[in-house]
Design a protein. Structure first.
Lengths: 86, 434
């Protein structure tokens, strides 16, 4: 299940960024989903909420920006855009 | 990073989330000789066989469809055929034709995906389809449109293109409206020509000079290129009913991998998939597919796994051709399904997933509850052969630098269209040179 591996890596990155900023909580996560990434917002959210418990992003809101351009250079990718922390 | 009034700060990250590799290849090279090779799959165990225990048999098509987003139809088809066999139910020709049509859709979308998005970039020197699209936009567009033609069949019959919801024991929940058949037929005539173009295009790729003496294993049916039915045959003379699969094949757990490896009980590894189907069923191909294969210089038996991309393209021609025939000859069944009353027993089925033979076995009790389930996907069956190929392929190429070696090994693994190949950069290569 590629989603599981992808989400673990993504969450590790979110944790690391939040800890580097001295944050105690991640309030919002913004991601960009490429048109060929094989991810829909609902699918992504399911996996995100599965790995979030116990992390700083446990209660984070999720914003997914879906690209419809299959020829975007990162069309096959999922991009972590930004996180809001406190 | 200015905090807002409630102390919230926004951190711009802007990084790609990558799958860090679910497969790894370990090579130990001692004094220029290959001393050890191991292909590992890290993908976590899925436990689907355990999920099925205690569930009603009617749930099996929906549960097993979730095993794969690319070939859910294959899992559904093996599941329903095995359970119907346990319950002693057979379908009439109309429902049988619709199931074959659904499978055609899956072959087209799955092969289209692999040929254009995963395999062609290897041959044309790109890291993936998106990079390839910069220079070969037309190719990628053709591939996406072909894939969509397959998806549209699955949507029409399955209710949606991924994890279809219209398949049930005994047939379908509802029969699609024939009003949509004519439009789909026209789309498939375009797709058939596109698939023929694909055969010509990929036949011009440069293929490594590499052949192996495989034992090919596939279904074989007296009247048709096999999808849902047939006996299990091999290029070394095996010819058995699908119920005998456990007598002739076994799964073994290999410590280094989360996927079970299969082998013949009385022999070694074997190959399932397009090369095997094609070699064992060339005579059952329709005229157009056979003509496309011949024009591409493909012999009735092909032992070069790199040329499997041509065979997949030929099978797309066949699947389009067959789908058109079924749509044109379609007679609606009287009922969308036949009843499948529960009966205690064991059922077996094997169908031809795009990646190869997919075997299911279910033990059902008299209330229709699943007591035991066994699912043997083609990637498990091919895994031993993938390692054998790698050993033979790598040995004369050990002098290559690690990057080139990794590229060629990935390509060699991708010949099998293993499920893990969906990730473009899926392979971690560990080379120990002493």
């Amino acid at each position: 299940m590629h989603e599981a591996g992808l989400m673990r890596g993504l969450m590790a990155r979110i944790q690391a960024e939040a800890q580097r900023a001295g944050a105690t909580e991640v309030r919002r996560v913004r991601v960009w989903l490429g048109a060929l990434s094989q991810m829909t917002p609902g699918h992504f959210a399911e996996h995100f909420h599965q790995v979030a418990p116990g992390t700083l992003a446990e209660h984070a809101a999720l914003d997914c920006d879906c690209s419809e351009d299959p020829f975007h250079p990162d069309a096959a990718e999922v991009r972590l855009v930004s996180i809001d922390v406190r | 990073m200015t905090p807002t009034e409630d102390g919230t700060r926004t951190i711009q990250v802007d990084t790609l989330a990558r799958v860090e590799g679910e497969g790894a290849l370990y090579l130990r090279i001692e004094q220029g000789q290959l001393a050890d090779l191991a292909f590992r799959i890290f993908e976590p165990p899925r436990f689907f066989e355990a999920f099925l225990r205690g569930r009603h048999m009617g749930e099996a098509p929906d549960i097993t469809a979730r095993i794969c987003g690319i070939c859910p139809v294959a899992y559904q088809m093996s599941a329903v055929h095995a359970i119907e066999q346990a319950c002693g139910v057979a379908l009439g020709p109309e429902l049988r034709a619709l199931r074959r049509l659904l499978y055609c859709g899956e072959w087209i979308e799955s092969h289209g995906l692999h040929v254009y998005m995963l395999h062609a970039p290897d041959f044309l020197g790109y890291a993936g389809a998106v990079e390839m699209a910069r220079d070969h936009r037309g190719l990628v567009e053709l591939g996406l449109k072909l894939k969509k033609a397959g998806n549209d069949i699955v949507t029409l019959l399955g209710g949606r293109e991924i994890h279809p919801i219209n398949v049930r024991l005994g047939g379908f929940y509802r029969i699609p409206e024939t009003a949509r058949f004519a439009e789909l037929c026209e789309q498939l005539k375009w797709a058939r020509e596109a698939a023929e173009t694909t055969v010509r295009t990929v036949a011009d790729f440069d293929f490594p000079d590499f052949e192996q003496d495989y034992e090919f294993v596939a279904l074989s049916h007296p009247d048709e290129y096999p999808m849902n039915e047939g006996r299990i045959v091999s290029s070394r003379g095996l010819d058995i009913d699908v119920t005998q699969w456990p007598d002739w094949f076994e799964e073994e757990h290999v410590e280094r991998s989360n996927a079970l490896h299969c082998r013949r009980r009385d022999g070694g590894h074997y190959m399932v998939g397009p090369l095997a189907r094609y070699a064992l069923n060339h005579a059952r191909l329709g005229e157009r597919a056979r003509a496309a294969a011949a024009a591409a210089g493909l012999e009735p038996v092909c032992r070069n796994p790199f040329r499997s991309i041509i065979v997949r393209a030929v099978e797309m021609v066949e699947a389009c051709d067959e789908a058109i025939r079924i749509l044109e000859d379609f007679t609606p069944p009287e009922q969308p399904f036949v009843e499948v009353p529960a009966r205690a027993g064991t059922g077996h089925a094997a169908t031809e997933a795009p990646r190869g033979l997919l075997y299911h076995r279910y033990v059902i009790d008299d209330e229709g509850l699943i007591q035991e389930a066994q699912i043997v996907p083609p990637t498990s069956q091919n895994q031993g052969q993938i390692e054998d190929d790698l050993r033979a392929f790598v040995a004369p190429r050990l002098a290559l630098d690690d990057d080139t070696l990794q590229w060629q090994c990935e390509q060699s693994i991708r010949n099998y269209d293993p499920c893990i190949s969906c990730a473009t950069h899926f392979l971690r290569l560990d080379v120990e040179r002493t």
